[in-house]
Write a protein that binds this ligand. Structure first.
Ligand code: SAM
Length: 212
């Protein structure tokens, strides 16, 4: 079996770059973060497979390609402050943290938030704050954000989250019913103006919360 660094290089080449993700910062971060540290120990051998994997609390760590696609679409860059809803394993937050200034991430299951916090600390990824709670309220004290990524699907983009974007900020979220979800990108173009783009069909676990 290839060592993890070589498996990551192969994952980036075959699963991510080949499907059109080209942002060099995203590809470099995906090459760098050890996904095997974010999956349950008994599934470590499948860390670099081309799909989601089950994690604790009946949730999933997303497919590497989808993580890369969402981060590229959100146009995150050096200096940004980014909010993620749905920490899950902490993997996507770890990737984002290698690119931007600071990541704020919220997870409703305390067991997942605690594990993610521990992993990120062990890896010395110090620019990530993990909070347990309902992410549909956003993180008002840290707003506004350059980008918001929502890793769970809801019927519409919660207004609370739109309002926590900077003007010029980007939000990426799966919208729709479970069997008919589209990955949607919003750009806040003014105080009350948003541009919306459809990035294609996806399948995510549901966003469960007051504004979900
Ligand atoms: N980004 C994660 C990763 O890298 O492992 C994958 C996230 S998983 C697809 C979606 C997560 O969203 C689940 O862990 C779920 O518990 C969480 N979630 C759903 N609704 C939520 C809410 N209202 N607030 C915070 N987390 C929520």
């Amino acid at each position: 079996m290839l060592n993890p660094a070589r498996q990551r290089a192969r994952m980036v080449r075959n699963q991510i770059a080949r499907r059109g993700v080209s942002n060099p910062d995203v590809l470099a971060a995906m090459r760098r973060v050890p996904r095997e540290r974010f999956v349950p120990a008994h599934l470590a051998a499948f860390s670099y497979d081309d799909g989601p994997l089950p994690i604790e609390a009946g949730q999933t760590i997303s497919q590497p390609y989808i993580v890369a696609l969402m981060i590229e679409a959100a146009k995150v860059a050096f200096g940004d402050r980014v909010l993620e809803i749905g920490t899950g394993s902490g993997y996507a937050a770890a990737i984002i943290s290698r690119i931007v200034d600071h990541v704020y991430t919220i997870e409703r299951h305390a067991v997942l938030a605690d594990m993610a916090r521990r992993r990120l600390t062990d890896l010395r990824y110090e620019n990530v704050d993990v909070r347990t709670g309902d992410g549909t309220h956003g993180w008002p004290e840290a707003a506004p954000f350059d980008a918001i990524l929502v890793a769970a699907g809801g019927p519409e983009v919660p207004d609370t989250l739109r309002r926590q974007l900077k003007v010029g900020g980007r939000l990426v979220m799966p919208v729709g019913e479970h069997d008919d979800q589209r990955l949607v990108k919003l750009v806040r173009t003014g105080e009350d103006a948003f541009q919306q783009e459809d990035l294609g069909g996806v399948m995510f676990v549901p966003l469960i919360g007051a504004h979900g």
